[in-house]
Write a protein that binds this ligand. Structure first.
Ligand SMILES: C[S@@+](CC[C@H](N)C(=O)[O-])C[C@H]1O[C@@H](n2cnc3c(N)ncnc32)[C@H](O)[C@@H]1O
Length: 217
């Protein structure tokens, strides 16, 4: 599998913002689906739909907020993230869950072994061709009937970020997607679109989309 040329720069950037990110979740509720009814609804349907199908992996779990929410709902869920600092926070905040440091592009995912796979606001740093490879691997790793859920930023083109989460210097590219382009990418893996939730920009975050897709049973 190809690796992004900027993977280590992106890892280092998320290590540097991790403390502020955790602070943001705690003080504003951003990043916590419990405080965002439409995102929580999407996550609740996902959780109900994958229950009993097999384990769930939260890829790019950050400090594990959503991983822990799904564990509370009874799922067998674990998280992986590129950033060791994010994973330190996840382990400290949610010791009941299992977390590991890994890139979405390095995962060894056995065929037909996962009930659910997530890329919850965590795959937008991947170059478009590499995201296609990652999604193909995700599709092959789902059990028949298993679900993929993705949330990501909507727009045209790429944004070069030089600071984030309270002015911390970072270097990463946000690859924004038009929903129909992302749907086409997901469907090229053989998964079938189940739901699409479009989120207009508000005063805190830009427009986004949540996609759910199923592997045929
Ligand atoms: C905006 S945060 C979202 C974190 C979490 N999913 C949430 O909703 O709170 C983006 C996360 O994606 C992670 N990430 C970025 N590129 C990644 C990659 N190639 N593999 C795994 N995680 C990655 C970052 O380290 C960061 O924790």
């Amino acid at each position: 599998m190809s690796q992004p040329a900027d993977l280590e720069v992106v890892r280092d950037s998320y290590d540097r913002v991790a403390d502020n990110y955790v602070e943001m979740v705690a003080t504003t509720g951003l990043g916590d689906v419990r405080t965002q009814p439409w995102l929580r609804a999407a996550m609740d349907v996902f959780a109900d739909s994958v229950a009993g199908l097999g384990p769930v992996l939260d890829v790019g779990c950050g400090p594990g907020t959503v991983t822990a929410y799904l564990a509370e709902r009874g799922l067998d869920v674990s998280g992986v993230d590129l950033s060791p600092r994010m994973i330190e926070h996840a382990r400290r905040l949610h010791p009941q869950c299992t977390f590991d440091v890994a890139s979405a592009t390095e995962l060894e995912l056995a065929a037909e072994s996962w009930g659910g796979l997530m890329g919850w606001w965590s795959l937008f740093n991947l170059p478009r061709d590499i995201l296609a490879e990652v999604l193909a691997r995700f599709a092959a790793a789902l059990v028949p009937g298993g679900l993929l859920i993705i949330a990501t930023h909507v727009g045209d083109g790429d944004l070069q970020r030089t600071e984030a989460y309270g002015g911390v210097p970072v270097r990463w590219t946000t690859h924004r997607w038009r929903p129909e382009q992302l749907v086409a990418l997901v469907e090229r893996t053989g998964l079938r679109l189940t739901a699409e939730l479009r989120l207009p920009a508000d005063d805190q975050v830009g427009p986004g989309v949540v996609l759910v897709a199923r592997r045929n049973g």
